[in-house]
Design a protein around this ligand. Sequence first.
Ligand SMILES: C[S@@+](CC[C@H](N)C(=O)[O-])C[C@H]1O[C@@H](n2cnc3c(N)ncnc32)[C@H](O)[C@@H]1O
Length: 497
Amino acid sequence: MQTWMEGYESDIEYTAGYYREQEPNFLSLCAVTHGIQTINLEKPFTYLELGCGYGMTSLIMAANYPHAQFIAVDFNPTHIAQAQNLATEAGLTNITFLERSFAQLNAEPLFLPECDFIALHGIFTWVSDENRQHIVDICEHHLKAGGIVYNSYNAKPGWSMAEPIQKLLYATSKQFSGSSLERFDKAVKLIQQLQAAKPRFFATNENVIQKRLDGLIAKDRHYLVHEYLHEGWRAFYFTEIAQWLRQAKLEFIGGAAATDALARTQLAPTTNQLLAHIQDNDTRELYLDIMQNTIFRRDIFTRGAVGHLDNSARLRWFNDSQWMLAKPARFDDAAFNFKPALPKDLYRSLVDHLSAGVCTFSTLTNGNNRRDTMNALLQLYQANMVTPYYANVNKVAARFNQTLIKHNQSLIALPHARSSLRLKPFEAQFYAMALQLKTQEASRLAQAVFQDLESKQMTINHKGETLKGTPMKNHLINLANKWHSEILPLLKQGGAI
Ligand SMILES: C[S@@+](CC[C@H](N)C(=O)[O-])C[C@H]1O[C@@H](n2cnc3c(N)ncnc32)[C@H](O)[C@@H]1O
């Protein structure tokens, strides 16, 4: 391991991902639901991401907020070089990538301005205690009063029974030589042999252990190396995290989920009776995590809230809001991948309204109780079926998206949602052609993609059949028609086309 890695396995790169929970709009809407007024996102603000990986989340946020400044830090030069390249090519001028370790950042405070947001995804679990201290120090020295910290990490008690698998994998992998992937594979083999010997610990916790062991084979190995092989790996109780962050005067606001505040009002009466005996907020969280067997936490902290909102002030925020669909409007019972807090018809009517276009909150309320409408929208938002709509003008995102598509990325920025959209490969190709040819006509797009594939002597594999010539063209026409009716409206409303 090279010395700059500080116990962190960095010989292979992390997977490039996008984490909606880090979005300024998502964090501030969550804060509003928790009754906390936060940063005005219409004015310039500064956002710092610690451990940005390939920087996809920061890049998309920078494209969606041209009036804000983003700083994204990672000590892995490959991550930073690739992220910087994309930013330069897309002409993004409001993002700075810094190839620095947390220790270096902490030692050279002039690198960083005062920030409104500091976000870190998963890092607290994966680094050493020394680096955890650097992160806390960076928050202490560089977060503005009233600023927000987003911190996600592996949590206990959810990880308690699976933690020994991490310990086994880490300790076993250290015995072998070779790349982290090779050492990981050898360690998994040995643990499978251990499983065959039916150890008592595995038998006692069979469900949890089996799920973990299955995951070691099914999931992306790049992710798995990062999840399991870091020397400092730790899962935390909330109370421990609160103690770390208190050093930087950070107070817990609530979970980074649009429905977290709602869920807290819907606890079973027995849970509420129990919690009534607990005065300390950190201990309440501990009780809730035990009730829910929490395995991963996404927490929002602030240093001195700007203001507290009562119920009517929260509703006022919603009164001014507009909404759009976040994915094609297909709403049958299968769409309820969440437990509806209200009658299903309310959700259906909201989605029906939104399939006709962007709606204001008052249109959506349409005679319904405003609080119910708000809660149903929050559940749909958390399920990524709808999203707030922001009528801002943004010319940066279109160029940025063209660059992403050129680099075969499936994610694009949706500036009116201040979020992202993940496209399937052909959806991305039709989008690229639509931008290039300045047409949205399905038949022309299908013809253009067809000619492109033919010129490269490429075929399409569909349901085990190889399509070329007329069958390939007909298949592309079907795909383009579907794109036109389902994806194009999202691209238009989202401001991507
Ligand atoms: C969870 S991953 C990246 C997540 C990232 N936010 C994303 O969107 O993909 C953690 C990142 O932290 C970086 N990292 C780990 N330890 C670090 C340290 N001490 N200083 C700076 N970066 C570090 C790693 O290189 C890795 O890219």
